[in-house]
Design a protein around this ligand. Structure first.
Ligand code: ADP
Length: 249
């Protein structure tokens, strides 16, 4: 039968910084519906690849395709409109607003059409049910009235993911969702990623190998800006090149 649908595709991606190739000819396929982890030693080029896939960096050469259509030539807001969204940095959260207000504002800015400079206040209330559904999805329903500033590190991560869900992405990119967390926060993020991955494609950069083994359907291992290995956790775990790369880290 036909192979899996490719949601996100990189072809011979290269990114040079003053002659240094942080990304050195990466090709990969992310299948629709999978959770795909990008791993590798420090300096392997994970962050650079993540930024290329989400359109925050333009490649020196090569292509990125979303459901077959080139996106590397588009500005980030158009890529978002086509169904790819990345977890936002915490700076996109308004600390003096409540959790629910943050989602309402994010939903409002998503629904605003280009050239429209204001949105009737009544519009925010019509977005309430959508905000509440996302709050439930990311496990923040009971925290809806708390100020974003008062959230724990883990809860802020939940809110960030909630804000990226306001774009209703088909493909969600998460940059180290467990960074800086203890075991309790990590367990919550694992459950959260599973929840948001229902009906979506998820790509995550992740250092924590137990998180990767629990979540990832497939893994791409980077080293020196290139793909060292790819496959299931069991496949890459037993790959001698991967073992060597990690021993040398
Ligand atoms: P990782 O996320 O796997 O740790 P990065 O993508 O952050 O790796 O970095 C890969 C390499 O590219 C590193 O050697 C880093 O120093 C270099 N690099 C990344 N961004 C830049 C930049 N803006 N300018 C110059 N070098 C960079």
């Amino acid at each position: 039968g036909p192979g899996p649908t490719v949601a996100l595709e990189a072809r011979q991606l290269v990114k040079e910084f003053r002659g240094f190739r942080a990304t050195n000819g990466v090709s990969l396929d992310i299948h629709e519906g999978e959770i795909h982890a990008i791993i590798g030693p420090n300096g392997a080029g994970k962050t650079t690849l993540f930024n290329l896939l989400s359109g925050f960096l333009k490649p020196t050469s090569g292509e990125v395709r979303l459901f077959g259509q080139r996106i590397d030539t588009l500005p980030p807001h158009q890529i978002v409109r086509r169904g790819l969204s990345r977890s936002f940095q915490i700076s996109s959260v308004f600390p003096s607003m409540t959790v629910r207000e943050n989602l309402l504002v994010a939903l409002q800015s998503r629904s605003r059409l280009p050239g429209q400079f204001w949105t009737p206040i009544s519009r925010l209330e019509t977005l309430g049910p959508q905000a509440d559904a996302i709050l439930a999805d990311v496990g923040l329903a009971e925290s809806h009235a708390r100020l974003a500033a008062d959230l724990s590190h883990g809860e802020k991560r939940q809110l960030e993911i909630g804000i990226s869900l306001t774009q209703n992405p088909r493909v969600l990119l998460l940059d180290e969702p467990t960074s800086g967390m203890g075991s309790e926060g990590i367990a919550r993020v694992i459950a959260l990623v599973r929840q948001v991955a229902r009906g979506r494609t998820v790509v995550l950069v992740e250092h924590n190998m137990s998180v990767v083994s629990e979540l990832a359907d497939r893994i791409t291992v980077l080293q020196y800006g290139a793909v060292l290995a790819s496959g299931s956790y069991e496949q890459v775990r037993q790959d001698p090149r991967v073992i060597e790369a990690y021993l040398g880290d």
